[in-house]
Design a protein around this ligand. Structure first.
Ligand SMILES: Cc1cc2nc3c(=O)[nH]c(=O)nc-3n(C[C@H](O)[C@H](O)[C@H](O)COP(=O)(O)O)c2cc1C
Ligand code: SF4
Length: 447
């Protein structure tokens, strides 16, 4: 029997079925070039579908030219996306996963250097990180943004994706700036009461659903906590979620946390508790009947299973766990969670994005290079070489799986093939306790 029955229970999103409850949440890869997908980009997503992600939300894409359009971002409002989506949808669907686009707008959380136009926001309140006084959006500007989201939905549907995730309410982006009284000081129908502050979002959701029709998945990414004084807190987000659900346009709500002012609430490093967002997500979950996605340092299937079994959420959101090990779902399903290469929360993945380089991971050398190094690409070398792998037991294990002869230097009396590979094993790889961790020099070695 599968050790994680809740995690592998099929789910529903509107009219579509998901094969399990594993949701790869959006994360920038910078594998997009000149605003278009590349082979590497497609391979990145296909690898995670092959590895068992039930639903994939692709990285945020610009909903309008006024959001920072550096070349590593795709333009969701661009009709060229239709053919781009077709290729990726077909490849991901072959593995039974759903794939969604995530149109978004950064609002004031960017600078004017990249595209040479002022940043747009609801009010002239600079972001403390970027320190630029934004252009105050007019009603015409707001209508343009709504139109950008509408076009994004149209192209996603025409491109054969399964759905769209309206982004911008989470992480302090443009729609969050409208929703929060701290950043919205408007005196027109887009400011003041919650009804007014939600108006642009409601217009976007109306336009999105009108474009997609009832069969397409439409969801939102919101925060469950902005995490700071003056920002929106869990009860505020629960009320927003109630109102969003009442539109009848949505099929799910995906929760996150934080803004650029407290960025490490979005993707904290290792000291943060695993599942740290779950308590606030639960507040949102209790307010609505829609499926809710929880995220945040969920690293192992055992943790994920516990949150689902406890009724805290309906789907488990994973970004970094799947950057570090795209085969996470497959291994969990096969009861091999000890084989998962766990995300250690070092945030090198984030650092590479900050440095405007393609995504990378300190634990997974294939991250961002799946076309070349991904699952099933490694072939035994024609000529044998001696290679020293220093202090990297899992790398040695990968070499063993690819057919290499792995000789552990510490405590080794002989050569060991990876016990999972079909090759013959010899001492000490065979007969040792597989549950026993590496005990260093002279200890058992889990190759
Ligand atoms: C490199 C990186 C890029 C991200 N980009 C996005 C994004 O484009 N859209 C989004 O909604 N969240 C983005 N996130 C946030 C993730 O979706 C997720 O909420 C966060 O990493 C916490 O989950 P985790 O602990 O499973 O990584 C990004 C995270 C990382 C690490
Ligand atoms: S670099 Fe890899 S191990 Fe480190 S946080 Fe990112 S995904 Fe996790």
């Amino acid at each position: 029997m599968n050790p994680f029955p809740h995690l592998f229970e099929p789910g529903r999103l509107g009219k579509r079925r998901t094969r399990n409850r594993i949701w790869m949440t959006a994360h920038a890869t910078l594998l997009v070039k000149d605003h278009l997908f590349t082979e590497e980009h497609i391979a990145y997503y296909v690898e995670r579908a092959r590895g068992g992600a039930g639903v994939i939300t692709m990285e945020a894409m610009a909903a309008h030219p006024t959001t920072q359009p550096y070349k590593g971002k795709a333009f969701a409002f661009d009709p060229r996306m239709v053919s781009q989506y077709r290729r990726i949808a077909e490849a991901v669907h072959a593995h039974g996963s759903l794939i969604l686009a995530q149109p978004w707008h950064r609002g004031r959380q960017t600078n004017s250097v990249t595209n040479g136009i002022p940043v747009w926001a609801p009010s002239a309140i600079p972001c403390a990180v970027y320190r630029e006084t934004p252009h105050v959006m007019t009603r015409e500007d707001i209508a343009e943004i709504v139109e950008g989201y509408r076009l994004s939905a149209r192209f996603a549907r025409e491109g054969g994706l399964d759905g769209i995730e309206v982004h911008g309410m989470a992480h302090g982006y443009l729609l969050n700036q409208f929703l929060s009284p701290a950043t919205n000081h408007r005196e027109d129908e887009y400011g003041g009461s919650l009804e007014n502050r939600l108006r642009i979002v409601m217009q976007i959701l109306d336009a999105t659903r009108a474009e997609t029709g009832p069969d397409f998945v439409v969801g939102v990414r919101i925060n469950s906590d902005d995490g700071m004084e003056g920002g929106l807190r869990p009860e505020d987000w629960a009320e927003i979620a109630r109102r969003l659900e009442a539109t009848g346009h949505l099929d799910y709500i995906s929760c996150s946390q934080g803004t650029y002012l407290n960025r490490m609430m979005i993707y904290p490093t290792s000291p943060e508790a695993h599942g740290y967002q779950v308590p606030a997500t639960r507040v949102v979950k209790r307010a609505v009947g829609l499926p809710v996605v929880a995220v945040g340092r969920i690293v192992m299937p055992e943790e994920a299973e516990g949150f689902l079994a406890g009724g805290d959420c309906d789907f488990i959101g994973l970004s970094r766990a799947l950057i570090a090990d795209p085969m996470w779902g497959m291994k969990a399903e096969q009861g091999r969670s000890e084989d998962i290469r766990p995300c250690v929360g070092a945030n090198w993945c984030m650092e590479s994005i900050f440095a405007q380089a393609p995504i990378a991971c300190i634990h997974n050398p294939a991250a961002g290079a799946e076309a070349e190094l991904g699952e099933g690409t490694l072939r035994p070398a024609k000529a044998a070489k001696r290679v020293a792998v220093v202090g990297a037991v899992r790398a040695a294990r990968g070499a063993g799986r690819a057919g290499g002869l792995v000789v552990p230097r510490h405590g080794a009396q002989g050569a060991a093939r990876d016990p999972d590979s079909s090759g013959a094993s010899s001492a000490p790889g065979k007969g040792r306790d597989p549950a026993r961790p590496c005990a260093g020099r002279g200890g058992a070695c889990r190759l």
